[in-house]
Design a protein around this ligand. Structure first.
Ligand code: SF4
Length: 502
């Protein structure tokens, strides 16, 4: 006896009561939450193009609310390209339900993301307000971290000054070679006088090389005028970045994550090569977003700098950031590092390992915007010291130390990290790795599809919004979010009626 399988409904079968699209999308389907959330937004206030519905020449045919729903559903489902999003509108029943059967072409889909970068950022900030209203943010401790993401540009599209100069050198040498070859051809032509060709191919090559040389010279001038160290020809804002052995052509994305439920409260796309100047600016914006008086910020050693420590104090941030060990190289060579010298507060002197005093000399000098005072002792004394081989750098006649104007603050921070820094650092790792891990592993996302800061920042906001939305759905569930969005929409409508005097 042959086995029987389950059978489906014949495709050509008529139904007395045909199913609606609505029937294919369950009550617990997340597209319903996306729909409720986007409907609760004031897209005009957020700055979405053409959201006011006014009829103007060239207005796109699709409502920005529909486009935003499509993008959110796509990003949450790892579908990001405009062509694939457009295709989803034809074959994915959830998306068909969400966009009510509309079928935007890929150009219309791409255009929405292209022109709405700032509005997407505003929508992302608005979602943080929503999280706050839902009491999902602790607002006490946040973790800060940065990650590199690839740009839509190749390595070869980025030129440094050195590379441009090498290229110019090579072009000059090639042009010389072709000029010599052309001269030889001219000579042969004169000797034989038999109407041989004047080598048009050689002349063409020469013209091409000269045009290339002019382009490269103009790029070099552009780079020098910009004051930057790299010139990116494909994506003007992407840079070659490297950190801990990782090299990318792309962007450095900063993210501030609230410890309570690992929701991202702030993010910023930069092209900074390191994180040293990010602590206070990112912490300050996160504090504003959370609307709190003080905020504890946890960051890794890459964020440490004296100026940022001071700026963080001024911004009302309590920071836990390890101080990198700058003395490793000196101690590895067996020499005394600066840590072996003790500063005596009242006397304003350093006591060296030999028990001698190093006193301040000259006026403080500024380095990196920070005043530093030089402490030293007479060269003759150090030269006679039995410890000089362990203390003096090569060729130095005496030991000198530089004390910054913020040294007392740094010392206090060092003590605080030594006494109570390990626990916050464990919490930092547990907090901040969640969102980046989710973006990279779950969403499979590691590169931008658009170019330039405005668009790249818009795309990042879409990504963060998708992450936060998914997280909130996991935390409070579909029904609670839909209820909340419905109440939010009602309140907004009520406010608009009141202001309109109806
Ligand atoms: S070399 Fe100079 S600074 Fe160093 S231990 Fe000797 S006296 Fe002190």
């Amino acid at each position: 006896m042959s086995r029987r399988y389950k059978s489906g409904t014949a495709r050509a079968q008529y139904a007395l009561l045909p199913p609606r699209i609505e029937d294919y999308v369950g009550e617990d389907n997340r597209v319903r939450a996306i729909d409720a959330y986007v409907e609760s937004l004031d897209l005009v206030a957020l700055g979405f193009r053409y959201a006011d519905g006014g009829l103007t020449a060239g207005q796109p045919s699709y409502n920005p609310a529909m486009m935003l729903k499509l993008y959110l559903a796509g990003y949450m489902d790892r579908v990001r390209s405009s062509r694939r999003l457009s295709r989803e509108c034809e074959r994915n029943l959830e998306v068909i339900w969400l966009v009510e059967g509309l079928r935007p072409g890929y150009r219309s889909v791409a255009e929405f993301r292209r022109v709405n970068g700032p509005a997407l950022r505003a929508a992302c900030r608005d979602f943080v307000v929503l999280c706050k209203e839902l009491e999902l943010l602790g607002g006490e401790v946040v973790a800060l971290d940065g990650a590199f993401f690839n740009a839509s540009a190749s390595d070869a599209s980025i030129m440094t000054k050195k590379r441009l100069e090498q290229k110019l050198e090579q072009l000059e040498s090639d042009i010389d070679t072709y000029c010599r070859e052309l001269d030889l051809e001219d000579e042969k032509e004169r000797e034989w006088s038999d109407g041989l060709s004047d080598e048009p191919a050689l002349k063409e090559k020469l013209e091409r090389l000269k045009a290339h040389q002019a382009r490269t010279q103009s790029q070099l001038k552009q780079l020098e005028a910009s004051g930057e160290s790299q010139l990116s020809r494909t994506d003007p804002d992407a840079r070659k970045l490297s950190k801990k052995g990782q090299r990318v052509t792309g962007y450095n994305v900063q993210s501030v994550v609230d410890e309570k439920h690992k929701l991202m409260v702030h993010h910023e796309v930069t092209n900074a090569g390191n994180d040293q100047q990010q602590l206070a600016p990112q912490g300050r914006v996160a504090k504003e977003a959370l609307g709190v008086e003080t905020l504890t910020v946890l960051a890794d050693a890459g964020y440490y700098s004296e100026s940022q420590l001071v700026a963080s104090d001024q911004a009302g941030l309590s920071v836990y950031v390890p101080i990198p060990d700058k003395h490793k190289a000196v101690t590895a060579r067996g020499r005394f590092s600066g840590e072996r010298f003790t500063y005596v507060e009242g006397a304003d002197v350093y006591v060296c390992p030999g028990g001698e005093l190093l006193r301040p000399r000259g006026k403080p000098s500024a380095k990196g915007g920070i005043q530093r005072t030089r402490y030293t002792r007479a060269a003759g004394h150090c030269q006679r010291c039995p410890l000089r081989a362990l203390c003096l750098p090569e060729k130095a006649r005496c030991r000198q130390l530089f004390r910054s104007e913020h040294a007392a603050r740094v010392d206090a921070h060092r003590r605080r990290m030594a006494e109570a820094g390990s626990e916050p650092m464990r919490r930092r790792a547990a907090t901040v790795e969640h969102p980046f891990g989710t973006l990279k592993r779950w969403f499979g996302w590691d590169h931008f599809l658009v170019r330039g800061f405005t668009k790249v920042r818009g795309e990042m906001s879409l990504m963060v919004l998708a992450y936060n939305l998914m997280r909130v759905l996991n935390l409070i569930g579909m029904a609670a979010l839909r209820d909340y969005c419905a109440r939010r929409l009602q309140a907004a409508q009520h406010d608009s009626w009141v202001s309109a005097g109806t």
